[in-house]
Design a protein around this ligand. Sequence first.
Ligand code: ABN
Length: 177
Amino acid sequence: MKWLDSFFEKKTRQVAQSASRRSALVKVGKLFVGTAFILPVLPFDRMNPNAHAAEGKKKVDVDDETSCDYWRHCALDGFLCSCCGGTVTTCPPGTEISKVTWVGTCRNPHDGKDYLISYNDCCGVAQCGRCFCNRNERERPGYRLGVHNDINWCMANTSNTYNCTVAAIVGVGEPRG
Ligand code: ABN
């Protein structure tokens, strides 16, 4: 195996003569720095692939009055009265409809028209706790009270206790000509 030793010795000497230690270190240094800058910007998918799968499977029912996806609920923040012993337009027994309200605008996917929806709270019984829904389409910040939905609209009733929210159609928009 002497020939092998002398072969490698010869090669090592050749490399040592043609390349300085400093230039070798510079090359290694460049490799490290380049890796540090380039690797973080590579397009890794950090999302959980199962999250996408779940998204694909979620069924949106725009006609189910007990679902937050129901088209009239596009700007409702609260518990759905349709899950609390009432309906989408009537308060549960023992509660009273709020005297003040806020209105939102939702598009009916069946006729393509925009409807003015009054979101009244039902008051007088402790919060229902079922079918919480929080959608905020076209909602505006809280300093514009009438177009903000995160408000207890039982404020003007005898009892301010909030139970759930109904969504009644109070107007229809004219299509733009
Ligand atoms: N309009 C529903 C509601 C009630 C109490 C507090 C926030 C929002």
